[in-house]
Design a protein around this ligand. Structure first.
Ligand code: GDG
Length: 472
């Protein structure tokens, strides 16, 4: 055991997530080290870990590799190993080809394979065991997301003394869909091992309570669930948010300003820049969105010489078949539109299948006149909030799907049903053409919302309900 490994059974606050908050980096002298991977959840939870003497339990991100526990910047890192086969079955299979589509309205068909489920349970057991090992008596453990839904019950079996919270980052589906799942009882009872279950929106919490009554026969009252073992489990909405000030500060740096100006120039100084930033995922509504822009450019309702639609699609889950198919479809759609309505040296759709540094994203948000966020289903959608926080002018407009959790908070967005192509086209035109006064009014009100309810407020309210003080 390396000297700096976190001592067993001493962590007062434990986060359990599929991925660790650190990535391996190569130092200049060719040795390798670790760096914090930026992201809202990490930003919010690291201060709590430092306060409480915490440990983060998670996978390092590469299969078939064994890494010893270590301490990093004052808190513990407890790696959980995955074999290549477990990566295929637990991660790409059960998590991303079963739960992901099932929980997102079945916009693609979920696949059910018994080997995937067995692997899922085995890996969940491994995460639970690791958490049980590091947690101090009576510690708080916060389990994250759909990859680990059985960890709460498995952990409670080993450690009934712990306070266990769970947060689901994606929607929880209506029972009509959930009931398809061959392992529906196991999943519900896995989650019910928690003391508190957080969802992105009240609809998800209601769907869950309904299933608990129907499948587990438990009594519920409002957001409380009465378990036969005498526990009262809280199931309610805690809409997640972003580090609003952090992202605004970034977008105000000289570098972000310069990059934003350069971007506008590179795009040929268009009248309007429409922007989309998404993982290339079928839940994000890219096909419908590209189609809407194609029709607007083809009909001339949007002049392809004076407007640009910039779409960043970040590579994701490239080993999963559905994602490969989606990539080809979008490539073809964009190619066809550009080859027919563009002219040499000018493409109305600028499409990049690549991931960009945070600074470049901040510059894009700054430069974009209309941000287009039109998922078919999305737990929250942080991109919408990031645009609002970082578009540092009173102009700007957000076009937002009513099927994103964010639509419950960002009520001043130009709302769309992404399945209604004509409606979406109208809203895109309306957002681009609205008066300055209207843009100002809408953006100000949304900005107020995002700054009041930032990521710290989110972590605070969840942890306060769970009975864990956060002293930051
Ligand atoms: C899940 C839920 C929920 C994107 N491209 C790049 C990049 N990003 C960053 C964005 C944003 C994040 O990734 C994406 O977050 P979203 O919320 O939009 O979507 P999911 O990845 O599907 O997240 C979602 C979220 O969990 C949190 O609970 O809101 O509903 O599906 O922060 O900025 N970051 C960098 N380069 C990129 O190219 N650096």
């Amino acid at each position: 055991v390396p000297r700096d490994a976190p001592a067993a059974g001493t962590s007062q606050f434990v986060v359990v997530a599929n991925r660790l908050p650190v990535d391996r980096v190569q130092n200049d002298d060719d040795s390798s080290g670790w760096a914090l991977s930026p992201g809202g959840l990490v930003t919010a939870l690291i201060p709590v870990m430092k306060d409480h003497g915490g440990t983060w339990v998670g996978w390092v991100g590469s299969a078939d590799e064994h890494i010893q526990p270590f301490t990093f910047d004052g808190y513990g890192i407890m790696p959980v190993d995955l074999s290549a086969q477990e990566f295929n079955e637990y991660y790409e299979g059960m998590s991303n080809a079963t739960f992901w589509p099932l929980y997102h309205d079945c916009v693609e068909h979920p696949e059910y394979h018994r080997e995937w489920w067995d692997s899922y349970m085995e890996v969940n057991q491994r995460f639970a065991t690791a958490a049980a090992e590091v947690a101090a008596p009576g510690a708080t453990v916060w389990v994250q997301d759909y990859q680990l839904q059985n960890v709460p019950a498995l952990l409670r079996q080993m450690r009934p003394d712990l306070k266990i919270g769970f947060f689901l980052h994606i929607p929880f589906p209506p029972s009509e869909l959930f009931m398809q799942l061959p392992w529906r009882y196991q999943v519900i009872s896995g989650l019910l091992g928690s003391d508190q279950i957080g969802f992105q929106d009240p609809g998800s919490a209601r769907n869950f309570a309904h299933l608990v009554r129907r499948l587990a026969g438990m009594r519920t009252q409002g957001d409380r669930i009465f378990s036969p073992d005498g526990r009262v489990i809280l199931a309610r909405a805690y809409p997640i948010s972003i580090d609003a000030q952090g992202i605004l500060d970034l977008s105000r740096t000289p570098q972000a300003r310069a990059e934003a100006e350069q971007l506008r120039e590179d795009l040929g100084n268009p009248d309007k820049i429409f922007l989309g930033v998404d993982r290339l995922d079928y839940t994000k509504g890219l096909r419908h969105r590209v189609r809407a822009f194609g029709e607007l450019f083809t009909s001339g309702q949007l002049d392809p010489m004076r407007n640009v639609y910039l779409q960043i699609a970040t590579p994701t889950r490239e080993g999963v078949a559905r994602y490969q198919v989606l990539r080809s479809i979008i490539d073809e759609m964009v190619g066809r539109i550009n080859s027919s309505v563009g002219r040499i040296g000018r493409s109305p759709i600028e499409y990049r299948h690549a991931s960009y540094p945070k600074m470049a994203l901040a510059a894009m948000y700054r430069a974009a006149d209309v941000m287009v966020v039109t998922p078919l289903r999305d737990g929250m959608n942080l991109v919408a909030k990031e645009y609002v926080a970082s578009h540092d002018s009173d102009a700007g407009a957000l076009v937002l799907s009513e099927f994103a959790g964010a639509s419950l908070e960002l009520k001043q967005a130009y709302m769309v049903n992404p399945y209604d192509l004509n409606g979406m086209k109208n809203q895109l035109l309306r957002a681009a053409g609205d008066t300055h006064a209207n843009h100002v009014r809408r953006m100000r009100s949304m900005r107020k919302q995002v700054f009041r309810h930032d990521i710290d407020a989110w972590a605070n309210s969840f942890l306060t309900d769970l009975g864990t003080e956060r002293s930051v």
